[in-house]
Design a protein around this ligand. Structure first.
Ligand SMILES: [Zn+2]
Length: 726
């Protein structure tokens, strides 16, 4: 009995153990929920990494990852532009089918499935950490992400906000902080590193390692940041249950085929990208040779995580072939760029089948990439005609284009989303090298006289250099180069717009006016064109015409914050403080991250003697754009008005450190010293201001004030009566 009892006890104990064991076992075996880390390296061409054969590269982290997983030897981007390519990469759709075909234009259609929506739906924690404004949440890739960290500081004075970026180091800092907040759910982390995008300014240590090759210095920096992510995974013991994919959105021309950067042409330097994939439970380390497309990535990653990607899709799920250790079946690889259409040139598309690659253009090309990886011998120009093959490619490309969805429609018109779309208008200076809005009616200029972009590479290079000069403050050189470009391609709307911008930058808005007028006449329904015209008219001192133009811009698109901002400046110029405040308030309500509008609002509030409200507005502006001198100057003037001149001095000091050419601050500084009773400092500050502004008509009024104040101070020092009474 006793034995029986103990046997029963033993049996039940065993049973309990078994149940526990079964639980334990089922936990082990339960559909695993591997996590996913996706790192996108902007503008990194494959052949500049060590693991892709560049012996001079310093890319140890990526090289190690390549050894630990799959290295895809032949991956092709579907489009050499950041926003369209990332959209393809996350949706598995080609640009004609997701609709985002240029940077800065449109938004992803609501309801489009992405890796993030798929994994969020499966209970994943999802976070995205973005390196550049070009992927701002307003363009729609935020869908499915619980956290979409795109807090990128914008320079309120920059011509092209699309180029605003932040260092990869900061992006990774924030991504790793998010990773630490583990809540037990599997996670999907996307990190976007923009550093390798032009301009190439690697940190000093990497610049020194790559003398004369700043692009490679940037790639080493990017590699270091990837290394930090991999190390964090290892330290947390996540290596075995986290898929890691590192991929570039497109490459970089670096002068090959005449292209310095990317977006204009469809040759391999900008299409051939690296792809490294580590998923230890599913794939053994090796090299995959079959050419595949970036659109294959999303369905393949989903397949490796055991979650089929919902269709219809352009990309293929390659996970079965990858798990089995075989090569995927070859597919056809499509690529396009509509960026040339912005310039009035023909857009391009390309199709690759095995080794043959066809590029559709006014003068189409056909290359055998195996024999001729540098695309130097166009088979359509050779003696043995490949014309029938070319016709097959052309027909297929035409069919793909015919299946294109309409350009992505604006987001739903509730106030917040409309506001986001509207703030696209920040692109005031016309598109830069990163790609601009598709404001030009694509292909329209090409209707009469098709212009093949590859015939325009010289002009395009000169344009890029002129743009660089303009950005670096050499407007005079930019003007003369752009005048030559306008003469060479008179119908090019971008050249004309940029010349207008260069004249404005040089302080000659009157000269900019004809170019902006032509642009507005050519595109009367383009709010951007009216906005540019209005800004130039306002600067040229023609407020009534400026008001007409800006009202036209607001009729076409009432939600443009920068149009409200400009209207506010016009109102202010005519002494209408209340209307000005209303416009600046509208601008900040539409885009709560518009540092310029907050600064302007601060100025009005100061004039209305609402000092606390003014201080709040300036502080918002300064927080949004820490490198912006104006709000610091504003805060300084508030201190002076509050009779605290000494508190103002460090603010003026900071403003000048940021903008040494902002001479108004020097006058304010002199006044603060004067009021604080520091005569010597005030004297030298007044004189400094007068010396620096000598002969500049822009400062004539302020110079008069400074001269009076200086004379009065000198009089006081001499112990006599104030100078003006003598
Ligand atoms: Zn990019």
């Amino acid at each position: 009995m006793l034995r029986e009892k103990s046997a029963i006890l033993a049996w039940s104990a065993l049973l309990a153990l078994l149940i526990v064991g079964a639980f334990g076992c089922s936990r082990e075996r339960a559909p695993r929920q591997p996590s996913l880390v996706l790192v996108t390296l902007d503008t990194v061409r494959a052949d500049h990494l060590g693991c892709y054969g560049d012996r001079d590269a310093v890319t140890p982290s990526l090289d190690r990852l390549a050894k630990e997983g799959l290295r895809f030897a032949n991956v092709s981007s579907a489009v050499p532009l950041t926003l369209p390519s990332h959209t393809s990469l996350l949706t598995g759709l080609l640009p004609p089918h997701h609709g985002l075909r240029n940077n800065g234009a449109g938004a992803l259609r609501p309801g489009t499935a992405t890796l993030a929506t798929l994994l969020a739906g499966a209970g994943y924690r999802t976070g995205a950490f973005i390196g550049a404004f070009v992927l701002d949440h307003r363009f729609g890739l935020k869908t499915g992400f619980e956290v979409y960290d795109d807090e990128i500081e914008r320079d309120p004075k920059a011509g092209n906000v699309l180029e605003a970026e932040r260092p990869g180091r900061e992006v990774v800092d924030r991504a790793l902080a998010w990773l630490e907040k583990d809540d037990g759910r599997p996670f999907f982390l996307w990190v976007h590193l923009y550093d390798a995008h032009a301009p190439y300014t690697p940190p000093p240590a990497w610049a020194a390692r790559h003398p004369g090759r700043p692009y490679d210095g940037e790639i080493s920096e990017v590699d270091e940041q990837v290394g930090r992510i991999l190390e964090a995974l290892r330290r947390r013991g996540l290596d075995g249950k986290t898929a890691v994919a590192v991929v570039a959105d497109h490459g970089e021309g670096l002068g090959e085929h005449g292209e310095l950067t990317h977006g204009l042409l469809l040759y391999e330097p900008t299409l051939h990208v690296p792809l490294l994939l580590r998923a230890p439970w599913a794939v053994k380390p090796r090299v995959v040779e079959t050419p595949v497309s970036l659109v294959d990535l999303a369905p393949t990653l989903a397949g490796l995580l055991g979650r089929p990607f919902p269709g219809p899709l352009d990309g293929r799920d390659l996970s079965r072939a990858l798990r089995s250790g075989g090569e995927p079946a070859p597919g056809e690889l499509y690529a396009e760029t509509r960026y040339p259409a912005t310039f009035g040139w023909t857009p391009l598309s390309a199709l690759r089948r095995r080794d043959l690659k066809y590029i559709s253009a006014s003068r189409p090309e056909l290359y055998d990439l195996r024999r001729d990886p540098r695309e130097g011998t166009d088979l359509l120009q050779g003696p043995s005609s490949s014309a029938p093959e070319a016709r097959g490619f052309a027909a297929r490309l035409a069919a793909i284009e015919a299946s294109a969805v309409a350009t992505a429609p604006p987001l739903a018109a509730d106030a917040e989303t409309r506001a986001k779309l509207a703030s696209l208008g920040y692109i005031a200076g016309g598109p830069g090298s990163a790609g601009g809005p598709a404001s030009g009616p694509s292909g329209e200029a090409a209707k009469g006289r098709p212009i093949d972009p590859k015939a325009m590479v010289d002009l395009f290079q000169r344009f890029e250099r002129a743009n660089e000069r303009l950005t670096s403050g050499d407007a005079r050189a930019a003007v003369s180069e752009l005048e030559a470009l306008v003469a060479a391609d008179p119908a090019n709307p971008v050249f004309r717009g940029k010349l207008g911008a260069a004249w404005r930058e040089q302080g000659a808005p009157l000269k900019a006016l004809p170019f902006y007028r032509q642009a507005a006449d050519a595109a009367p329904r383009d709010p951007e064109a009216w906005y540019n015209l209005a800004s130039a008219l306002q600067e040229a001192g023609r407020p009534d015409e400026a008001r007409q133009a800006i009202e036209r811009a607001l009729q076409l698109d009432a939600g443009r914050p920068e149009a409200h901002n400009t209207l506010g400046i016009i109102e202010l110029g005519q002494g209408n403080l209340e209307q000005a405040r209303r416009e600046f308030t509208a601008a900040t309500a539409i885009d709560p991250r518009d540092a310029a509008a907050f600064n302007n609002l601060g100025n009005v509030l100061r004039e209305e003697h609402k000092l606390d409200d003014a201080a709040n507005a300036y502080q918002r502006s300064a927080a949004l754009a820490p490198r912006y001198a104006e709000p610091l100057n504003g805060l300084g003037t508030l201190e002076v008005e509050r009779d605290r001149p000494r508190e103002a001095l460090p603010l003026f000091e900071s403003a000048l450190a940021l903008a040494p050419g902002y001479h108004e601050v020097r006058l304010n500084q002199a006044i603060a010293h004067d009021l604080a009773g520091d005569a010597d400092a005030a004297l030298s500050a007044y004189r400094d201001f007068l010396n620096r502004t000598a002969g500049d008509p822009k400062f004539s009024e302020q110079r008069r004030a400074a001269q009076q104040l200086l004379a009065r101070l000198e009089g006081r020092i001499a112990g006599g009566a104030p100078a003006e009474r003598r």
